[in-house]
Design a protein around this ligand. Sequence first.
Ligand code: ADP
Ligand code: MG
Ligand code: ZN
Length: 485
Amino acid sequence: MSLKYEPVIGLEIHAELQTNSKMFCSCSADYSNAPDPNIFICPVCTGLPGAMPVLNRKAIEQATVVGLALNCSINEFNTFARKNYFYPDLPKGYQISQYDLPIASKGWLDILDASRTEYPMRVVVRRVHLEEDTAKLTHEKNSALVDFNRAGVPLLEIVSEPDMRSVEAALSYATKIRAILRYLGVNSGDMEKGVLRFEANVSVRPSGSSELRTRTEIKNLNSFRALTRASAYEIERQIKVYENGGEVVQETLGWDEARGVTVSQRGKEDAHDYRYFPEPDLPPLQLDRAWIDSIKSGLPELPDAKTARFISDFKLTPSEAQLLTSEQTLANYFESIVAKSKSTAKTIHSWIAGEFMRYMNDSGLALEEINLPAEKFAQLIDLVTDKTISGNSGKIVLNEMLNSGGDPAQIVKDKNLAQVSDTGFIQEAIEKVLSDNPKEVEQFLAGKETIVQWLMGQVARATKGKADPNVAKELLVKALEARRN
Ligand code: ADP
Ligand code: MG
Ligand code: ZN
């Protein structure tokens, strides 16, 4: 990227809430498990005349939880507004949303920007408001199908200030919002199902300037990959426009994943185009301060707080702690192993971050789908820590447990993996290795000490990995020295 320009990014994030019923009616909100299209519907969510909306208490609670977790002030006095526009997936001809009085505003989130030195940086959360999702359109060759099961599902919109200065920062912010929503249990974060969607507002300006230039808005980014690729593409495109003496036009863009380009959808609409006006069928919503406070005191420990605690309690580095706190279930798993094991937290972290995560990646399984009780994992790690088995054997046992279950001590027995510090057995193997490799012994005697490592490898092979490496090394060096003169 040209150093003469600096990107400016603001994100709008739409998150469906995990309520049982829809935002303004009692229809099921579980549309992704609906057996058929257009069955979770009623006069309210299909916009029939005279049908009256009723607020979903649970959705208000979840929105409040999110607002508090993002350090926002919760507005006690809330109103709803109609955002008018025509689209076939919007049966009422308007979306009920919040406009001038959102449920939460003026919060912040600290993130890391891998491309910069500031550490961490703060993104201001402008507002969090409640609205409803639209129906789902499926485009066919010469027609379009509409499914109203999703119409009216509670939707939260989280709007940031244009505070991000790189694609990495935008990714870090989006990733953290997703983690927080999952910690709070208000959104599954399952982007393939469309429950979490990003809109990136992007502009570029000369580096060092503080002006806000004309931005474009890229709609409906359904994955982190789409978010980063689309933003990066748009930054480069705008830089080229300025370098060629042109002006960026404010517009709404789509992202063409296959071609890897942003495409113009329409000129940017302004708020007045929607002719927002107060929703006449919903009275203002007054929240009780004591109720807000009780929600606040019930917030779970969030990723940042957990990371800080892991660093201080377990003596982990920030990046080790962050890896473990990226998912609440992973953090809990780690803590259960720590509680059941005699090994250090650092050691347990390396088993999780190494062999265990490799298995997760290779198998594509989620933590919840892996059947390895924390207690068994702890026992295995302890077998390595107390030198009953070598680290390599530990990996074999772990993979055996992951693939077929079982008890670590039993697997060690069945596979005959117990490490031997019996010096006679090791001594015998060393003598054989040395007589089989006279050239290497010569090299050692001529001063090439690094050859010891290679010989250690031969000893490990000869003992099938069962020799205690410290004992073996000591005996090997002794045997070599004995061959001098
Ligand atoms: P509205 O859509 O209500 O007019 P804004 O246009 O101010 O509100 O902001 C919508 C989103 O665009 C916000 O996330 C904001 O941070 C972002 N944004 C506003 N101006 C810019 C800009 N010049 N460059 C990048 N993002 C911007
Ligand atoms: Mg927008
Ligand atoms: Zn309904």
